[in-house]
Design a protein around this ligand. Structure first.
Ligand code: SAM
Length: 288
């Protein structure tokens, strides 16, 4: 039975194994059973599902997932947590624990083991690498039905926002290209041990079957987006012309902007995903 989602049982396990939390791995363990229940419900985990959990910690959420899903693959970087996980998950026979860095895991191979069927990702993400993990999941192109993750409030805001706000950037555009983001719960810092400095939110990303815009070359679109926000204080034309990898001249960028009816001094943060897609399609033609 899932029994770790409270302060007493979590502290006992940490004490039993004399485990010292590692700040460098973003270890903030959930100690609120209501929130854990909410996450698993929001992810709509069913018996036929294979769930990929990133960062199981001491196995708190893994227990809930193992009870709801057919199969759980839990990827944990910290070798010190593996003996704890083997203990707390010993009564579940549908959990595979992998001691690896999620950014180095061959996601395609994991997906193949699941017969290529879409997996569901559920995680209380380590905050120091939230964005690289989300990007790696999308860019891997492995079939994922949904991604339900705990992130800092500020990151949740970045995922949802549109042009013209301070939070708008490469993450907003990437998330909205691949999925529909929805905040399903707000989570105060008091629900974690140790308490983080900020509040969090659970976000569900429902993967689109087809992206909402028609980019001829998806990798090029993302290279353009990244270059546009790398130098936020610069104009779009400067940012793109300075990005060596794109091979574009300032003149080519300015011409494309002009053809789109945009000013030479426009900034990336004012462009919608549709406009970025249009711009990247035009630049692809002139750059080659
Ligand atoms: N799931 C647990 C919970 O909710 O209580 C722990 C969540 S804690 C915020 C993040 C977890 O991710 C930690 O267990 C940490 O060791 C693990 N982690 C950090 N970086 C990782 C990486 N690159 N690959 C896999 N796991 C990682």
């Amino acid at each position: 039975m899932a029994d770790l989602g409270n302060f007493t049982n979590t502290s006992e396990i940490l004490k039993k194994y004399q485990f010292r939390m590692q700040k460098k791995y973003g270890q903030n363990f959930l100690i609120d059973a209501n929130i854990l229940q909410k996450i698993v419900e929001a992810a709509q985990v069913m018996k036929e599902d294979c769930v990929l959990e990133i960062g199981p910690g001491i196995g708190t959420m893994t227990q809930y997932l193992a009870e709801a899903a057919g199969q759980v693959i839990a990827v944990e970087i910290d070798g010190g947590l593996i003996p704890i996980l083997e203990d707390t998950l010993s009564s579940y026979h549908n959990v595979t624990i992998l001691c690896e860095d999620i950014l180095k895991v061959d996601l395609a191979a994991l997906s193949e083991k699941n017969g290529g069927r879409p997996m569901k990702v559920v995680a209380n993400l380590p905050y120091y690498i939230t964005t690289p993990i989300i990007m790696a999941l999308f860019e891997s192109h492995v079939p994922l039905a949904s991604i339900t993750v705990m992130v800092q409030n500020e990151v949740a805001a970045r995922m949802q926002t549109g042009p013209g706000t301070k939070d708008y950037g490469a993450l907003s555009l990437a998330v909205q290209y691949y999925a529909k983001p929805e905040i399903v719960a707000r989570v105060p810092a008091s629900c974690f041990l140790p308490r983080p400095n900020v509040d969090s939110a659970v976000v569900r990303l429902l993967r689109y079957e087809k992206p909402p815009v028609d980019a001829v070359d998806e990798a090029f679109l993302f290279a353009v987006i990244r270059a546009s926000f790398n130098q936020r204080r610069k104009t779009l034309a400067n940012g793109l012309a300075n990005a060596g990898g794109l091979g574009l001249t300032r003149g080519q960028v300015e011409e494309a902007l002009q053809e789109m009816g945009l000013s030479k001094t426009v900034r990336g943060e004012t462009l919608t995903l549709e406009r970025f897609s249009e711009l990247s399609n035009r630049l692809l033609r002139v750059g080659k």
